[in-house]
Design a protein around this ligand. Structure first.
Ligand code: HEC
Length: 294
């Protein structure tokens, strides 16, 4: 490659990193919309089941291989750490992963067109931000935003931050006229400390409207979080005072984790004949005459 070629690459590289700095490590401060987890290509996965269908590629995406092994190797940003520190960072990253969970609470059955709530609870995540979305299946490459499965998000999600307070700032950046009923959120003010073993937690309540056709419909939650900023060994501080993951803005220190897959039964509304006797009598009673008040 010529010198000129190298120079162009270097410039393009720095533009790329600057673009990323405004976005993903740190979450998506500027994007308030649905996401599909394939977007988090740099992140590592926690288990192969979430990458079913391509065994060769799946192995390469796992955190131990894609991230922890690189930390221990002392390459790609980790050169400046002594071997003992690299070992300690690897252990802290593993502890953060073990403490980072996502679970979904949803009704087992609903009726067609019914509006109901589901709660996603998360723990861990390095912070300062974590991302949570509802999707149609727990798969890194094939999951789609939940609306594709027929569930309509019918109200703005309610985010309860690690301090137990409702968070509205991130979502308020989306113009109200566009509708704030999105299936992805950023939870802010997240702080986990993997050396001290203290882990953040947060929850999000999504309001969904069930599809109009009876059947079984899938639902899962995806959790996007970082690991390195939970450890003093895991980041550097740039000239602007921002914490940068030691593995770099394009590094593998992010994670993609899914909840279990739910199959929710959507049934027709109860038939009128099933109404209790009193309700039946009320329905069959003659309509009272209308009095016109002048
Ligand atoms: C260029 C690589 C890259 C891509 C692409 C990427 N991320 Fe990340 N992301 C990272 C890194 C690196 C971290 C981890 C920071 C750490 O370890 O502390 C991260 C962390 C996060 C976090 C947690 C915030 C934080 O600072 O720890 C969220 C939320 C997130 N990413 C969302 C997304 C979403 C949504 C997409 C797709 C739209 C995406 N990411 C795509 C690199 C990427």
């Amino acid at each position: 490659m010529t010198f000129r070629g190298l120079l162009i690459c270097a410039v393009a590289g720095s533009v790329f990193v600057a673009g990323v700095a405004g976005a993903y490590p740190g979450g998506t401060p500027s994007y308030q919309t649905d996401v599909a987890p394939f977007c988090a290509g740099c992140h590592s996965s926690r288990s192969v089941e979430m990458l079913e269908g391509s065994p060769d590629r799946a192995g390469k995406e796992l955190a131990e291989r894609k991230h922890v092994a690189v930390v221990l190797s002392g390459q790609k940003g980790y050169e400046s750490l002594a071997e003992l520190d690299r070992q300690m960072l690897a252990d802290q990253i593993r502890a953060l992963d073990a403490a980072s969970t996502v679970s979904l609470a949803a009704p087992a059955r609903v009726t067609t067109g019914q509006t109901f709530e589901v709660r996603v609870s998360v723990t861990g995540g390095a912070g300062p931000v974590v991302g949570v979305a509802l999707v149609d299946r727990p798969h890194r490459w094939y999951a789609r935003p939940v609306a594709s499965a027929g569930w309509q998000v019918s109200a703005p999600p309610q985010i309860t931050g690690p301090d137990g307070q409702l968070q509205t700032k991130w979502l308020a950046r989306r113009p109200e006229g566009e509708g704030r009923n999105v299936s992805y959120v950023n939870v802010t003010d997240v702080v986990s400390d993997s050396a001290a073993g203290s882990w953040a937690s947060a929850s999000i309540v999504f309001t969904l409207r069930a599809p109009m056709l009876p059947g079984q419909y899938p639902l899962a939650a995806v959790y996007l979080y970082g690991t390195e900023k939970s450890s003093i060994l895991g980041y550097t501080t740039n000239a602007l005072g921002w914490k940068e993951p030691r593995g770099g803005m394009g590094g593998p220190s992010g994670r993609v984790l899914f909840s279990d897959l739910y199959a929710i039964e959507v049934g027709p509304p109860a038939a009128p004949s099933a109404a209790p006797v009193a309700e039946k009598q009320r329905l069959e009673a003659p309509t009272p005459p209308i009095t016109i008040i002048e």
